[in-house]
Every structure is written in C-alpha cells, then in structure tokens.
Write a protein that binds this ligand. Sequence first.
Ligand code: ADP
Ligand code: BMX
Length: 305
Amino acid sequence: MRNATPVRALSGFAVDLGGTKLAAARLEAGRVVARAQTATDGSAGPEAQIAAMAELLARLGHQRGAPLGVAVTGRLGRNGCWGAVNTGTLRRVADVPLAEMLAARFGAARALNDAAAAAWAEYQLGSGRGAENFLYLTVSTGVGGGLVLGRRLLDSGNGLAGHVGFVSSPDARDLCGSERRGTVESIAGGRALAVAAAAAGHPGRDARGVFTAAAVGDAWAEELVARSARAIACLVADLTAALGLERVALGGSIGLAPGYLDRVQTALAQEPPLFRPELCAAALGQDSALTGALLRALDTQETQR
Ligand code: ADP
Ligand code: BMX
C-alpha cells in the first residue's frame, strides 16, 4: 500500500502494546503531543488488555469514533485475529477476535503488529525513507520485525510474516516461548537477557539491569550484551542474503540503548560487504509503532473512501 495520508493530516490516537509496556498517545500533524504509559500485564486476558488501553486513551481525551491505530505484540491475521507467537510474553492471548473487540469498544480502530507498524512509520517518515527493501528490527521484550519489500509492507494471512525473531541463531540452544529451539529471540531479546542473567548468578535483573552492569564493566553482563548484538548482526546478514535489504533500522529499548547499535555494527563488520546493509537507529525512536499504527488506520480510511 502506498501512503495516502499526508503528515499534516496525521492526527488522532494510537496504542502500542508491547511485552513490557503499554503506551498510548495523541498525535497532531504527525507528532506525539500527549502520551500515557503503564506496565504490560503479560498474564491478562484480552478483555483486560483492552480495558487497560481504554484507561490510557481516556486519560488522553479519546472519544468513541476518533481515529485510532492499535499496535500489538503478537501476530494479527488478516481476519483480525490476534495471538501471541511467544506465549511466555502474553500468556492468555490466543485466537482473540481483536478487530471486532476494538470496534465494539472504541468505534473506529485498526490493529496491526507492533514491529510492522513501526516499520511503516519509519519507511514513510523516518529512517527507511527512500529504501526499496527495508527492515525495522525491534530488540525489546522480544525481537520483532517489519519488512517493507518493493515499497510494500509485507503481511500474510496468518499474521506471521515479518516475525524474524523466530529464525534460528547459531549460538542459541534454549527452547523459545514459540516452541522453536534456538531462536534469535531466545538469545537476544529482553526476556532472554533476564533469563541468562539469572543463569549467570544474577537473578532479578531485567535487560536494563544487564546493560547497567555492562556499562560499569561487569564481564558477565558484557558478554550477554555482546552475544545479543552478535545474534542480531547474524540475523541482519541472513535476511540481507534472502531479501536484498538496503537498510535496517534498529528500535526497541535494547536496540536504542547506548552502545548497542555500535556493537551490532562491529559484529556485522565481520560479514562480507555484500551482506552488510546500511544500519541505523529508528529515527522516530519510541514513537515509531504509535505513529505507524495511526498512519495505517488513516490509510485504511482513505482507501475505503
Ligand atoms: P516493549 O517490548 O514493551 O515494546 P521496550 O522496547 O521498552 O518495550 O523493551 C523492553 C525491554 O527493554 C525490557 O527487557 C527492558 O528491561 C529493556 N530496557 C528498557 N530500558 C532499557 C535501557 N535503557 N537499556 C537496555 N534495556 C532496556
Ligand atoms: C515477539 C512477537 C512479535 C513482536 C515482537 C516484538 C509475541 C507476543 N510477540 O517476537 O509479534 O512483534 O516480539 O514485540 O509473540 P515486543 O513485545 O518486544 O515489543
């Protein structure tokens, strides 16, 4: 789909439900002008997830029927059905008729995967502009991807397209919440870093805590962060071979953490030049999924007119 919505018309509301945080925003002319955030409850069922979204949106002045885009972690099928791929992240989200539930609760709404939403925003307005084949990669609670190939956002009927975190990784061995063994997500994502920290004798540390320890030179933490970055670099090279990527943007709190992009860049430098796309930080930062969700919601309205 080409973008039908000029930035000046990008006004409305957006939600971004990740594995760690739930954010909502009000946008005006393409910019986030108000934001509300809370922690994600990974054990909540669909009704409670939507109630949490509604609470944040109400704080921002959302009224039924106002333009609303909703980005969610997990796969979103073309039939509007939502399910976790990593069932350790959202433990009670399977076969949820999300499109229907959002329409009932909020009037107008369009839902899509969080990384796909972010990819579309970055492609239209941020670091993906002008690229023909572009990947947005979020290293966050999990590892997610949105692919713009031949200037179109890739999707699939079952909503799995773009789930690059579930590709195998050479250094990974553990069983992932997707039931696959040895995935990139199982070694590089935030949940994986917390598990690995505990296994290394540092329980109770989340990924942010691992980065803090790495920043003061703790060798165990250094190694976990470096291993995550190596897995991401390998993934980038593999996907470049398969898809001819020109540019890759990193997002998510780990992807955007100080020093992480440099580590991925250093690991990628070990690959032959042909397999090294341009690598950059997501220009819209933490706002890319929110912006992309609203962009797609408004694009859909435009297309339906
Ligand atoms: P979500 O997955 O909900 O979209 P984030 O992009 O914030 O949310 O990713 C959450 C993960 O990032 C968690 O594992 C958290 O510990 C980690 N994290 C948050 N802030 C930082 C930071 N400053 N440095 C490194 N990791 C971080
Ligand atoms: C996981 C998967 C993707 C998501 C990605 C990043 C689930 C619940 N999520 O790979 O759908 O795009 O994480 O999401 O299966 P986040 O939770 O890290 O923001």
